[in-house]
Design a protein around this ligand. Structure first.
Ligand code: SF4
Ligand code: SF4
Length: 368
């Protein structure tokens, strides 16, 4: 019979169990319960009778740490914990201990470093951020700096000083590829609010010289568009021309990465805000987030417009959500349309409550 413990005994390419502390290695497949403590601490209970505690620390956006900071965290984990820490899928760091007393010492030491502990129970659990400009060429918005601003503004929801009706997850993506993830109560996605412009003469530099080649290969500039909004055609003189179908374009900016003669109006770099996503089977079940606001401008460094919408959303949910009701379930209960009315958000063809979530990413972002 396959048991959770036996699954872990399968031969895996990386002998990862070698790097686990004894308290974890000895309990693989035996964890049977967990308990949330105040102060961002989770107690994990094994059928062996052992208890391990996780102290959850709000990480820097996109989980970027200097090696020096990691050494300091490791020092704290060695001094008060079980010589272990882990990075969570949602972008937090957890330091592991073997008692509540030691967990509280870890919490104090981490806070002394300037980090905060929380994300447990009815709090903001995480703000997941994609990498954007640091390692990615297609970013429209610098998601880590937006994530930092959101953490600064909503820290009291993470630490639990300001309790919420239920857990809250926020994801941030720098472009419609949405590496930050679309399954969260609130999702912010960077994109341009309009299709690109180009000079019909200069764009030839990014296209094949002769239209005969179109029969053999699709130009890179056409291939790069994720929604087929760029069409190449043969001109009378056998050169290649292109059309960009504005109604199809989602403002992702990928075309400018392969052609310097494609330009976007930088004032039209902005964000859409989506709501109502979650992975959990509770309430109305798992769901993709849907477009609440199709486009708002980004004004760095404060991102005031985005912060204002997120803040109002949380206030409405805090005042009207039932105890234990995720924001996602609250949105499903009252309907996107009602929420748009409460927030005074105009409904256009891009954020119609009847649009299926699967339509996300296609023609939903343009401002008109
Ligand atoms: S969401 Fe866009 S900007 Fe962010 S990492 Fe993915 S491709 Fe890059
Ligand atoms: S911005 Fe994106 S969707 Fe629009 S034309 Fe360029 S590649 Fe296509």
């Amino acid at each position: 019979m396959i048991t959770p413990a036996s699954r872990f005994k399968k031969k895996l390419p990386v002998p990862y169990t070698d790097s686990l502390p004894d308290e974890i290695k000895g309990n693989v497949g035996k964890w049977k319960d967990r308990k949330f403590h105040d102060h961002g601490i989770i107690e994990h209970i094994s059928e062996s009778g052992e208890h391990v505690f996780s102290v959850k620390v709000g990480a820097t956006p996109n989980v970027r740490f200097s090696t020096d900071t990691l050494r300091k965290f490791s020092g704290i984990a060695d001094q008060y914990g079980i010589h272990a820490l882990r990075f969570t899928r949602s972008g937090n760091v957890e330091l592991l201990a073997n008692s509540l007393e030691n967990s509280l010492k870890i919490k104090q030491a981490v806070e002394d470093l300037g980090y905060f502990v929380g994300g447990v129970g009815n709090t903001l659990w995480s703000i997941g951020s994609c990498t954007a400009y640091l390692t990615c060429t297609t970013a429209v918005v610098d998601s880590p700096s937006l994530t930092k601003v959101l953490y600064d503004n909503f820290k009291s929801y993470f630490t639990g000083e300001d309790p919420l009706p239920a857990k809250l997850r926020i994801n941030v993506g720098g472009c419609p590829t949405s590496c930050g993830g679309l399954v969260a109560d609130i999702v912010l996605i960077g994109h341009y609010g309009d299709a690109p412009s180009y000079d019909p003469e200069k764009i030839k530099m990014c296209l094949p010289a002769k239209a005969d080649s179109l029969d053999k290969a699709v130009p890179e500039l056409v291939m790069v568009c994720p929604v087929n909004a760029i069409k190449a055609y043969k001109k009378e003189d056998n050169s290649v021309g292109i059309d960009i179908i504005r109604e199809k374009c989602i403002g992702c900016g990928r075309c400018k990465d392969v052609c310097d003669h494609i330009t976007f109006d930088p004032h039209k770099a902005g964000l859409s805000i989506l709501v109502g996503g979650k992975t959990s089977n509770t309430g109305f079940g798992p769901a993709l987030a849907r477009v609440l606001v199709p486009w708002i401008p980004v004004r760095t460094p404060e991102y005031r417009e985005a912060v204002a919408v997120v803040s109002k959303l949380i206030d409405i949910w805090k005042s009207n959500g039932k105890p234990g009701e995720r924001m996602s379930d609250y949105v499903h209960r009252i309907g996107l349309s009602e929420l748009q009315k409460m927030l005074d958000i105009p409904v256009t063809r891009w954020n119609k409550p009847t649009s299926p979530p699967s339509g996300f990413g296609v023609r939903q972002f343009l401002t008109e």
